[in-house]
Design a protein around this ligand. Sequence first.
Ligand code: PMP
Length: 364
Amino acid sequence: MTTDVTRLFNFSAGPAVLPLEVLDEVQRDMIALPGVGMSILEISHRSKTFESIIGQTEADIRLLAAVPDNYHVLFLQGGASLQFSMVPMNLLTTGTPADYVLTGSWGQKAVKEAKRVGPVNVAATTEADGFSRVPASGEMKLSAGAAYVHFTSNETIQGVQWKAEPEVGGAPLVCDTSSDMFSRPIDVSKYALVYAGAQKNLGPAGVTIVIVRDDMLKRSPDNLATMLNYGTHAKEKSLYNTPPAFAVYVVGLVMKWIRANGGLSAMAAMNDRKSAKLYAEIDRTGFYRGHARSDCRSTMNVTFRLPSEDLEKEFVKQATAAGMDGLKGHRSVGGIRASIYNAFPEAGIDALVSFMREFEARRG
Ligand code: PMP
């Protein structure tokens, strides 16, 4: 049973659109989980029911991404932003620098926090090109014996996405995958650690997923605060303290939805198709201008400009009036951003493409 309301096409960068089937199930079971007689909002995190919910969620994550056995899947709080600090606090302890590869605003935030913790080397940055691309291998100046190399698989603000992992030799690879985790297959075995705030492809805000290789846990200093130590959460299976139970529950439902819809390869095929429709429209004439270089275009956040800021304002205003919400680009870069995560319906892409054509015909 779906509540009888009009749903807009929600292009928000996050928190973002969730699958309608998931919202339906949350609504149906909100008062009492089947067979439990209490709401997910009311049960103890130590109950058998919650243990089973978090266990199944982890099992589905492991299954979807083929997570090897020597990795821990953690459900943490503090957002991806806390990971900007936790990663260096736990891993930047080898006496060698951490390398950061910067392709946009979130990588800049990550490196700022790492610098508070220990030695950092910016191995490459494409800031001089307005963060419109990822660097080529030859541009990266990696440190000898780097503690780790950090990159951002998809820069949510600029709409720049790595199509394959950077070549970093044998250095442990750490990735902020906040805005594209589970939008496509991921080879976890290539990474020492990946993290993502849930509120784009994975669920609601409030939980951050961290997948960390077991050997990395040995690096954490003994005097690190208990809650900031990955080892605490790995040992206690994310139940050291009260986890964000509702958010974990919804992530579990989203994982079930991804499985029912063909898994990560099917998500990738769908996301390629959806984003290609928008990029084709951007490229059709010179009226719209894509921000990212074509080989680094994000399948998740499609960023583009119009000939003037006035036209961009008008575009957003009229699109909003036509039922398309959240198209205004991030305040730091302007322009238009269409965030089209896994759960964003293809009908919304078609609606935006029609609107773009019609707007150009009127104002181009
Ligand atoms: N990294 C990326 C790539 C993001 O898109 C975001 C949020 N938009 C963050 C980090 C910060 O996440 P949070 O708000 O969960 O701290």
